[in-house]
Design a protein around this ligand. Structure first.
Ligand code: PEP
Ligand code: MN
Length: 338
């Protein structure tokens, strides 16, 4: 429920109403704005009748939140959220670029990739230490040893790290290393992982599930916010359709739709979205044009040697071209490249 207070409502009025909401077992929210204070009540709204809020002298209006995703939606929170990964803002005027290899392989590989992407202006680096592979016989990532390499390279280059978490038990080990946790498509509805990340304060990049509807995607994000962590960045990475020519179908509808319905920033992953190196840059341009807050792109210093996703990873020279090619689209969308 959204409870808008009258301009003359006092701090004491807000406190009294919030206490009433809490007493009924609902979660109270306090959102002081420039013009007026908005309060929220999350939970079974029927019990609120007891408080007779519309009869309260300090209350201007009481209306239900129509979307099932209450915290992620714009009804309670109309303004865009900016999530900082280290010192890099995602969701503001700056178009964010996260780039790096699919997987952490060696310190030298990671260093070469980091230098290549940093030289072209990427301010965030990606690389998976834990790899959720379709086959148990494929390279699974170097795990904790990979995290050590990420820490070393992040320290040397100053680039915050985006890396995937697959198991909530790894949070303690990862917390001081990561700039942002990535929740992979295959774990979008791993609810115990989402709840555990709700207890962290580190940013979480939540990728859309392979066959998740937009509503399911936003409700997965809702789990993290409901747990207390507001630092969530969404990521459209393509969905399964009848199409087999490309690895996935990059759903740019979802980006435009989500920008309207949710205040959370959203990135586009044109690497997994297409699965084809030559299509990464055109779809990165489209992502910027549609209003995404940034991209996450696979770049490898030598893709033919990559242990995973080499076929869709850009060569450093191609990444350089991508950065030049997206610029006019980023600017046309009212954004800037750092
Ligand atoms: C990845 O980013 O390398 C990855 C595994 O992505 P997704 O979870 O989107 O498949
Ligand atoms: Mn990959």
């Amino acid at each position: 429920m959204i409870i808008v207070l009258k301009p003359k409502a006092s701090e004491a009025d807000a406190k009294e109403i919030l206490a009433g909401i809490e007493r009924l077992g609902l979660t109270p929210l306090h959102m002081p704005g420039v013009e007026r204070v908005v309060l929220g009540a999350l939970g079974d709204e029927r019990v609120l009748r007891e408080l007779n809020l519309s009869g309260h002298p300090a209350v201007e209006s009481v209306k239900p939140i129509l979307t099932p995703y209450k915290l992620v939606g714009r009804e309670l929170h109309p303004h865009d959220t900016v999530v900082n990964i280290g010192e890099v803002p995602v969701g503001g005027r700056e178009f964010a670029v996260v780039a790096g290899p699919c997987a952490v392989e060696t310190t030298d590989q990671l260093m070469a990739c980091a230098e290549a992407v940093k030289a072209q202006g990427a301010r965030l680096m990606r690389g998976g230490a834990f790899k959720p592979r379709s086959s148990p016989y494929s390279f699974q990532g170097h795990g904790h040893e990979g995290l050590r390499m990420l820490k070393e390279v992040s320290g040397k280059t100053g680039l915050p790290i985006v890396t995937e978490i697959m198991d909530a038990n790894d949070i303690d080990r990862m917390e001081e290393i990561v700039g942002a946790y990535q929740v992979g498509a295959r774990n979008m509805q791993n609810f115990s992982l989402l709840k555990a990340l709700g207890r962290s304060r580190k940013p979480v990049i939540l990728k859309r599930g392979l066959a998740a509807t937009i509503e399911e995607f936003l409700l997965a994000a809702e789990y993290i916010l409901a747990g207390g962590n507001d630092n969530v960045i969404l990521c459209e990475r393509g969905i399964r359709t009848f199409e087999t020519a490309t690895r996935n179908t990059l759903d740019l509808n979802a980006v435009a739709y989500i920008k309207q319905r949710s205040h959370l920033p959203i990135l586009v992953d044109p690497s997994h979205g297409t699965g084809i190196r030559e299509l990464v840059t055109p779809l990165a341009r489209a992502a910027a044009a549609v209003g995404a807050d940034g991209i996450i792109v696979e770049v490898h210093h030598d893709p033919k040697l990559a242990l995973s996703d080499g076929h869709q990873s850009l060569y450093p020279q191609e990444f350089k071209q991508l950065m030049a090619d997206i610029k006019p689209f980023v600017e046309a969308a009212g954004r800037v490249l750092a």
